[in-house]
Design a protein around this ligand. Structure first.
Ligand SMILES: [Zn+2]
Ligand SMILES: [Zn+2]
Length: 372
């Protein structure tokens, strides 16, 4: 904070001095502006002040819309910012002839906006972990997302306008960047809506994770199409864009992976109830602590659904005798409706045990055992 204050003071003093000097040397406002614009050193100093003001504005927006950032969010920001900068350095190899102040300004604006996109996405993702969401969160989130998406759309429109007017230039890249940002943010907004609906309803929402998955799939598809389009445009106007090949490949791979996951998930969950046996109370008792590592809640052997005759007395602690009865009852219990069996402990072939619904939502994301 102190460093920022010093930097701000120096930037302001320098810019003030340069501007005062310009007005002292030139007779009128217009001439002074021309003088400032012509001098590279003056422009640098003024741009530097602009950078300082951008940082201050960014911190203000952060305080208003996001409050304090968590450590994880800060880490994500640095990671992503680093990636974005290297990415742009690579992109500059295509537009090297156009590298000038405008490019630097455009890039700063892009990075500035990206930061808030990332923060929004992280906040939406963290909704699942927070037990209670205050109203202020909804107000901030919806406002922020609406503002960012409108800005993205405006900037894409601006980029398209410039490119159609002046022919291909670096604005192609910015146009595509904003298209990608808008796509990701819209997907995040979709997630936000799903999480919000989920929080309003009492019962666990079985289909939510599936809807989230489809949302990601659609977003990935749009991104893939955008990247391919970008690739084609650059190929036609500038030659083979080496640095985008990686992005196109990564997006394509992610999309194909999701399609594959979807097919595998369909296979894995088609007859989950029959495929994975219920964990018997004895197996549960053998665990050092019977906690489902997916939801961190205790797993209790399922006795209420066993046929009443066999297990009438076994409704208390799972005694070994009751365990035997439970095991015999398993074939019958497999045929019960899935709705009542959502928290039955299920055993994977590797021996690990999880709640039925936890395992199901895990399989939606990954087809391997959660205990690596
Ligand atoms: Zn669980
Ligand atoms: Zn396992």
């Amino acid at each position: 904070m102190a460093r920022l204050a010093v930097y701000g003071a120096i930037s302001t003093l320098l810019a003030g001095a340069v501007i005062a000097n310009a007005f002292a040397q030139r007779s009128n406002f217009y001439a002074a502006c021309i003088y400032l614009y012509r001098s590279n050193a003056c422009m640098m100093i003024i741009l530097n002040l602009g950078l300082f003001l951008t940082i201050i504005a960014g911190q203000l927006v952060q305080i208003i819309f996001f409050g304090n950032l968590r450590t994880l969010e800060v880490e994500h920001l640095y990671e992503r910012a680093w990636y974005a900068v290297t990415e742009t350095c690579l992109a500059m190899t295509i537009f090297k002839d156009e590298f000038d102040t405008r490019f630097v300004v455009m890039f700063t604006v892009l990075l500035f906006l990206k930061v808030f996109h990332w923060l929004c996405m992280d906040r939406v993702d963290s909704m699942e972990q927070s037990p209670e969401i205050p109203l202020s969160f909804h107000v901030r989130m919806v406002t922020m997302i609406a503002m960012l998406v409108s800005l993205d759309v405006l900037l894409v429109y601006h980029a398209v306008n410039i490119v159609t007017l002046k022919g291909p230039n670096m604005m192609i890249m910015f146009g595509f960047e904003y298209t990608l940002l808008a796509t990701s943010l819209m997907a995040s907004f979709g997630k936000y809506v799903l999480h919000t609906i989920d929080m309003r309803t009492e019962d666990p929402w079985e289909n939510k994770s599936m809807l989230l998955f489809y949302l990601d799939l659609v977003a990935d598809f749009v991104k893939l199409v955008t990247y391919l389009l970008f690739f084609m445009v650059i190929l036609v106007c500038y030659g083979l864009p080496l640095h985008i090949i990686r992005d196109v490949y990564m997006t394509m791979r992610s999309f194909l992976q999701k399609c594959k996951d979807l097919i595998q998930y369909r296979k894995a969950t088609r007859n989950m109830n029959e495929r994975y046996p219920d964990a018997s109370p004895a197996e549960l008792a053998a665990l050092s602590d019977p906690i489902c590592i997916i939801c961190r809640e205790e797993m209790v052997g399922h006795h209420s659904n066993a046929p009443a005759g066999q297990n009438a007395a076994g409704t208390t602690a799972p005694a070994p005798a009751a365990a035997g009865a439970q095991q015999q009852a398993r074939p019958a219990s497999n045929t019960r409706p899935t709705g009542s069996s959502t928290n039955v402990p299920k055993k994977l072939p590797c021996g690990h045990i999880f709640h039925f619904h936890c395992l199901k939502s895990w399989l939606e994301r990954q087809q391997s055992c959660p205990t690596w």
